[in-house]
Design a binder for this molecule. Sequence first.
Ligand SMILES: *[C@@H]1O[C@H](CO)[C@@H](O)[C@H](O)[C@H]1NC(C)=O
Length: 188
Amino acid sequence: MKFNSLLAAASVALTATAQPTGTCAPSTPDTFGLVAIHSGNAVQYAGFNAALRSIFAGLPSQNATCDGTDDGFATFYIQDSALFLYGPSETPQQIFVDRSGMGQGKIGYTVGDESGPRNGERTGWAIDADNHLQFDGSDLIACPNSIDGAYSIWASAGVANPAGNSDCVGIAARVEKSTDATRCTYSS
Ligand SMILES: *[C@@H]1O[C@H](CO)[C@@H](O)[C@H](O)[C@H]1NC(C)=O
């Protein structure tokens, strides 16, 4: 009797410890890519990329260093309203937004334990009810004629054409859940 209940307890304990490792691979966050949505504009459906410490849409090649093949698009995840690029956990690449007069909505990323710019904000990211990634409740901005013919991506800081750009447009950043994402280190 006593022996049986001990055995039962032991098997419950075994099941309880076996399940987490069996059903979810440790430390795999919900990863996603992003697609620009602005109907009628050339940026429509351009995928987001990360390169040179900036975020783009429509880059022909982002030149990331990946575990597998670089599919050409950036993979993100959100943790406690902070936004990260999905990469090696030892050297995280974390997104910041600079809405100061200097930054005008600049989106960049830090590498490893870098602290980021003085006015950089790291939290405030969320996916809204329409499945769009927003910063502080606002949609993002895409400006044409960036490097390699791509769009540079900005957060809203109340400046329609940030940092001397022109013809920028507001976009929705549509979240595309990724399965089997590859970890990448994006260029800096
Ligand atoms: C990627 O590499 C190619 C070839 O060197 C270069 O032309 C291109 O500008 C690079 N793109 C970025 C975003 O660094």
